[in-house]
Write a protein that binds this ligand. Structure first.
Ligand code: A2H
Length: 253
């Protein structure tokens, strides 16, 4: 864990179509607002490779009014942090429109800003922490070992996880290249460390550490506006570009 505050980017993933279960609970309760799932990421430069989004199945989420026009789906804890960071219209105020279980959000179709896949689905992940970020994780299986291992679990056992196979069918996309692992860092590490599933927490922590260092210090972008630049250079530029287009905001904790 970092000692100072973590500088996340909040990625705004607009809801295109609610899952059946969520639609029932949400109908008539958001006052005509556009609703976004907000994912917290430390790797904004990888957003080109989003294939889905994850929520925790044990986690309760809220739909919070950010202002008259927009509502955000995240944990109550995340919303509280946001409002004290001036992200909602009334600083310090949390206006929760409703509460909903993570399981019910699964299957919702959302926009994935900057991704080569404009619309993707919400899927379940075992290890989403309620105590970190927004409780919503955008998935980049090319560069996140956790995301890749979870996506493979879901594909192998779609029925067990209660998902439609087509929700998990988006292929990982090359986003950045490193000398050691090429342009599919996470799949390479999952293989090398013999990770079988999202339950292999210890090896995944090691893979995550290696992937993060390798990507940040030795990675070159292979896609997007900053293609050919180092990840170190591109990271803030991609973030700024998303923020200036209204697709993301700075979020710290
Ligand atoms: B990262 P740190 Cl491509 N529970 O975003 C579990 N994981 C969470 C979370 C939560 N509540 N909130 C955020 N995260 C994930 C992209 C990514 C991330 C890539 C590679 C590595 C990576 C796409 N997923 O994280 O413990 C989010 O996944 C490894 C550093 O605060 C977020 O960034 O360091 C990262 O964990 C924050 O984890």
């Amino acid at each position: 864990e970092a000692l100072g505050p973590q500088e996340y980017t909040g990625i705004k993933m607009e809801v295109v179509q609610w899952s059946e279960a969520a639609a029932k609970e949400i109908e008539g309760k958001v006052g005509g607002r556009k609703v976004y799932l907000v994912a917290a990421t430390l790797r904004p430069e990888t957003m080109y490779g989003q294939t889905n989004c994850f929520v925790g199945t044990q986690i309760k989420y809220g739909v919070f009014a950010a202002n008259d026009k927009e509502a955000y789906v995240c944990t109550y804890r995340g919303a509280r942090n946001m409002t004290f960071q001036g992200i909602f219209d009334v600083r310090g105020q949390v206006n929760q429109l409703l509460e909903i279980d993570g399981t019910k959000i699964v299957g919702t179709k959302i926009k994935a800003p900057f991704s080569v896949y404009p619309e993707v689905y919400v899927l379940p992940m075992d290890n989403v922490l309620a105590t970190k970020g927004t409780g919503v994780v955008t998935s980049v299986p090319s560069d996140s070992p956790d995301d890749y291992a979870t996506l493979m679990d879901l594909r192998k056992k779609a029925e067990f996880y209660k998902i439609q196979p087509e929700w998990a069918a988006f292929e990982p996309v090359p986003v950045l290249s490193t000398p050691t692992y090429g342009d599919m860092t996470a799949p390479a590490l999952v293989k090398q460390l013999k990770i079988q599933s999202q339950k292999d927490i210890k090896q995944l922590a090691e893979a995550k550490e290696i992937a993060y260092k390798e990507g940040f210090y030795s990675g070159t972008m292979v896609i997007g506006e900053f293609k050919g630049q180092s990840v170190q250079e591109a990271k803030a530029k991609v973030r700024d570009s998303m923020v200036s287009q209204g697709l993301a905001f700075a979020y710290a904790e």
